[in-house]
Design a binder for this molecule. Structure first.
Ligand code: PGA
Length: 256
């Protein structure tokens, strides 16, 4: 099962995830990182930037992207990844791919899968979770075997993301996202969530039945998952006492 770590805030979560990423890059400078956008991973990028590690050889694959925004739009995930991840962490932009930017949209999914495979697969995938339970932009109903492809956002996701745009009408309807099958191939998943708004999605992902109706529950099919949550996001979990006990008694040599 996933390891559940309950932290006091996003800063503590960021430091923990940064530890795991830096341990990986110390083993292999050209490690492949799965990058997520959104508010959730910002503490991870902040913590990593603060460590001033040399990440210039690390490679990156973003989880998802909007379809239909003009090139260079500041809320396109290409722009967000450059602004929030590549620049502060000192990544080499030419080593960081975002789906939908490698060629025509009709073949963008296959092209992205090929690029991930050519890089040797994702070593560590950072994930957030949507209030509707999505990971990447795999909305409820997505197949656990799905690969990178163009999808349609739920209205709930468009409303959730309207804060980045002038109005909800400007949030694109379509997106391209790594599939749940793509995400499940990454060697280590680090899923973060904060705030009460994520409590139901986290409970469904960690303790609910494995069902396409709760895309986050795909993590239960993976052998190496770390879920880092604050108290509020953990508030829907039934087995919190055990998670705390297991974390407190974890052998230090194991790492995340
Ligand atoms: P958020 O989005 O980090 O902005 O809450 C998470 C997600 O939609 O996956």
């Amino acid at each position: 099962m996933a390891e559940i770590v309950i932290v006091k805030d996003t800063a503590e979560a960021g430091e923990l995830a940064a530890d795991a990423i830096l341990a990986l890059v110390a083993r292999r400078a050209d490690a492949v990182l799965g990058l997520a956008t959104g508010s959730t991973p910002l503490g991870v990028w902040r913590a990593l930037a603060g460590r001033r590690a040399d990440l210039s050889r690390a490679r990156g694959f973003a989880l998802d992207e909007y379809v239909g925004l003009p090139d260079g739009h500041p809320e396109s995930y290409r722009a967000v990844i450059t602004r929030e991840v590549v620049e502060p962490l000192g990544l080499d932009e030419s080593l960081v791919a975002v789906p939908g930017h490698l060629g025509p949209i009709e073949t963008a999914g296959e092209d992205y899968e090929l690029a991930i495979r050519a890089a040797g697969g994702v070593d560590l995938q950072v994930l957030g979770i949507g209030t509707d339970g999505h990971i990447g932009f795999n909305e409820p109903g997505s197949s656990f075997e799905s690969l990178t492809r163009v999808k349609t956002l739920t209205q709930q996701t468009r409303r959730d993301n309207a804060r980045f745009f002038a109005s909800v009408d400007e949030v694109p309807v379509n997106c391209i996202t790594q599939g749940l099958g793509t995400i499940r191939r990454a060697r280590h998943l680090v899923l973060l969530a904060f705030g009460e708004g994520k409590a139901a999605a986290i409970a469904a992902a960690v303790e609910g039945p494995v069902t396409a109706s709760a895309p986050g529950s795909a993590i239960q099919l993976h052998s190496h998952v770390t879920v880092i949550v604050d108290e509020a996001a953990a508030s829907g979990l039934a087995n919190v006492d055990y998670y705390r006990y297991a974390w407190a008694n974890k052998p230090e040599w194991e790492g995340l």
